[in-house]
Write a protein that binds this ligand. Structure first.
Ligand SMILES: NC(=O)C1=CN([C@@H]2O[C@H](COP(=O)(O)OP(=O)(O)OC[C@H]3O[C@@H](n4cnc5c(N)ncnc54)[C@H](O)[C@@H]3O)[C@@H](O)[C@H]2O)C=CC1
Ligand SMILES: CC(=O)C(=O)O
Ligand SMILES: [Mg+2]
Length: 603
């Protein structure tokens, strides 16, 4: 039993694995074959004989009872065989094959699925999340076998308040919602974008211990402007151009009202909306509903933590952040979210106005350097447009290479969705950076949309850089036993903690203060020793620890702001009396962990 031997040697979280303590019972309203077909309750061959008797399962399964450990081992063996058997095939083929085997388990037995996911998160995150989830969304209509989550379409207007009651769970804590209009850097994928809420919620279960029976992926199918999909006979979405203007907002409004009528405290994460609707919906709902936009706000916090880490990596005090020159390429929801939060941080640190704090930042979009000279500038980008007096000889629309050569920035951030735009020339120009340790953040997803690869960054910009990408790359072998460390600057380090901390606080809104505490918590997570090695973010292996800390920071911020109403049996007063350590412990204790609970039938 290699697996049991390995378990014994691993860390604290793993000591819970396959413990002999019997978990509390779980009520089930079904019997017989209905249970076997419900992945929330199904244990496959793992049903003990007494339970088979109690639940009318006797004879519906092969007679031998297989333990959870053994089921786990069987799955991992199949997975390893698949890896062996697909060797030599294209990356796309292998990635989809891996996604399929995991997806089949997800559809069959969620307890086992989440256990293998949690235990092997570093290996499986790139499959259920970026980059493979992008490929899955591109091919979703063809890959589709079973529904997951809910679909509200343009054709459901007026029906949503009743439709929401079709969802079988009595309680929903966390919803991830998309309209499929900007899926990663892949553009408008229409209804096929549902893969993103599913992948994000898988991360909620794995990283935050959200109970999978209380999560809900949602697709708002308001049409698509992707002509190829509209013409695809397999396409599963509504075949019409996207709704616009008031018609569009009416659908989102109706959905939000319906959700909060049934589950007043459900948290809604808006994900991968095209920029105009990302900002519009955030401003429209953030003071009314418990919601946030992950691309604007989650990404901002993760990037800010990385930018602050970069200052430490240079051996400079954090206060030096106010002097860092930062070029952001991409003026969309992510790029503008990052700029807003970074400017606020500079303003706080230096005591200067936000207007003054902007002087060190440069914003570039598809038309080049963004300045006040630009006509038809998106209103959300206006605050970050450079004034004539600050241009340092650069012209409106200056290219990335012109800006990098002139400004010699400390940090170059990519949130453009355009693969390879940090080309050899741009990366070589970063060698002239005023920083002793220039940083390159190629944050666009999935991998093929990253602004540069890790290898190109270290080869062209130099070995002393700090590098981060949105999707994972291998560390880069620099020869002589040296490696260039690759950080994954992805909002997955924050959104699980934002969701869990908010849930446990019982807050009905998610404020800037709560998000700021989340970012600062992540920024202070790494030790000086790690930071000096260019390690800005923790390994995804310890994502539950990160989430416990971030969640506690969010919860405490809600308490300070007087928003924490409490959750379950723990009221606002008890939350307020918890120390920082107690809060982290409280968050950790509330993380769901997959193990088979005795099922009790209730009519
Ligand atoms: N690592 C992470 O955690 C996150 C990464 N992202 C990634 O960021 C990318 C952008 O996302 P959004 O801001 O929501 O998209 P968006 O579509 O709102 O914005 C894209 C921006 O890039 C600019 N752009 C396009 N071509 C360009 C070029 N050749 N040169 C310079 N700028 C160019 C556009 O003008 C626009 O301002 C996506 O690939 C997404 O996957 C987004 C959120 C989180
Ligand atoms: C990571 C993420 O949210 C994105 O690429 O859109
Ligand atoms: Mg996103």
């Amino acid at each position: 039993m290699w697996k049991l031997a390995r378990f014994a040697a691993t860390s604290l979280a793993r000591s819970r694995r396959f413990s002999t303590a019997i978990p509390g019972p779980c009520m089930v309203h079904k019997r017989g074959a209905d249970i076997l077909h419900d992945p929330w309750f199904n244990k496959d061959t793992g049903f003990p004989l007494t339970e088979r008797d109690r639940l009318g399962l006797r004879g519906l399964l092969p007679p031998r009872v297989i333990s959870f450990e053994h089921q786990y081992e069987r799955f991992m063996n199949s997975y390893r065989s698949l890896e062996k058997n697909t060797r030599g095939q294209s990356d796309k083929f292998v990635s989809l094959a891996k996604w399929r085997i995991l997806n089949r388990l997800h559809d069959r037995n969620e307890t086992l699925y989440y256990r293998v996911l949690i235990d092997n998160i570093k290996e499986f995150a790139p499959i259920i999340y970026t980059p493979t989830v992008g490929l899955v969304c591109q091919n979703y209509s063809g890959l589709y076998r079973r529904p997951r989550g809910m679909y509200f379409s343009a054709k459901d207007k007026g029906e949503m308040m009743s439709m929401i009651y079709n969802w079988p769970a009595n309680q929903v804590d966390m919803i991830v919602l998309t309209d499929g209009s900007r899926i990663l850097g892949l553009g408008d994928l229409g209804v096929q974008g549902i893969g993103i809420p599913i992948g994000k919620l898988d991360m909620y279960v794995a990283a935050a211990g959200m109970n999978p029976q209380r999560i809900l992926p949602v697709m708002l199918d308001v049409g698509t402007n992707n002509q190829k999909l509209l013409e695809d006979p397999l396409y599963l979405g509504v075949r019409q151009p996207r709704l616009e203007g008031e018609e569009y907002l009416a659908v989102v409004d109706e959905f939000m009202e319906a959700v909060h009528a049934r589950w007043p405290k459900a948290i809604v994460q808006f994900e991968d909306f095209q920029m105009k609707w990302a900002f519009e919906t955030l401003y429209r709902y953030r003071r009314k509903f418990c919601m946030f936009n992950d691309d604007i706000q989650g990404t901002a916090g993760v990037a800010l933590a990385g930018l602050l880490g970069t200052v430490r990596a240079q051996g400079r005090p954090l206060s030096d952040f106010v002097n860092q020159k930062i070029v952001v390429v991409g003026a969309g929801s992510a790029g503008l979210g990052v700029l807003k939060m970074a400017v606020q941080a500079v303003s706080r640190m230096s005591g200067c106005s936000e207007t003054a704090a902007k002087s060190q930042f440069y914003l570039i979009d598809k038309n080049g350097l963004v300045t006040t000279e630009r006509s038809n500038l998106d209103p959300a980008a206006v605050p970050f447009a450079k004034h004539q007096s600050d241009l340092e000889g650069l012209a409106e629309g200056a290219s990335i290479i012109e800006v990098v050569k002139k400004i010699k920035p400390h940090v170059l951030v990519g949130l453009s969705g355009v693969g390879g735009i940090f080309n050899e020339e741009v990366l070589k120009a970063m060698r002239e950076s005023v920083s002793t340790k220039p940083a390159i953040f190629a944050m666009s997803n999935p991998t093929m949309n990253a602004e540069c690869t890790a290898t190109d960054a270290f080869n062209h910009a130099g070995e002393n850089i700090v590098f981060a990408s949105g999707s994972p790359f291998e560390n880069v072998n620099l020869g002589d036993g040296k490696f260039g460390h690759v950080n994954q600057a992805n909002n997955m380090y924050l959104f699980p903690g934002i969701g869990l901390g908010t849930l446990l606080s019982g807050a009905r809104l998610i404020t800037d203060g709560m998000l700021q505490e989340a970012a600062e918590c992540l920024a202070s997570y790494m030790t000086e020793e790690d930071i000096h090695k260019g390690i800005l973010y923790p390994s995804i292996d310890c994502i539950r620890n990160v989430t416990a800390e971030v969640g506690a920071a969010v919860l405490r911020a809600a308490v300070v702001e007087g928003l924490a109403e409490g959750h379950g049996d723990v009221g606002s007063k008890e939350l307020a009396h918890m120390s920082k350590e107690d809060t982290v412990g409280y968050v950790r204790e509330n993380m769901w962990f997959p193990e088979y609970s005795p099922l009790v039938h209730e009519k």
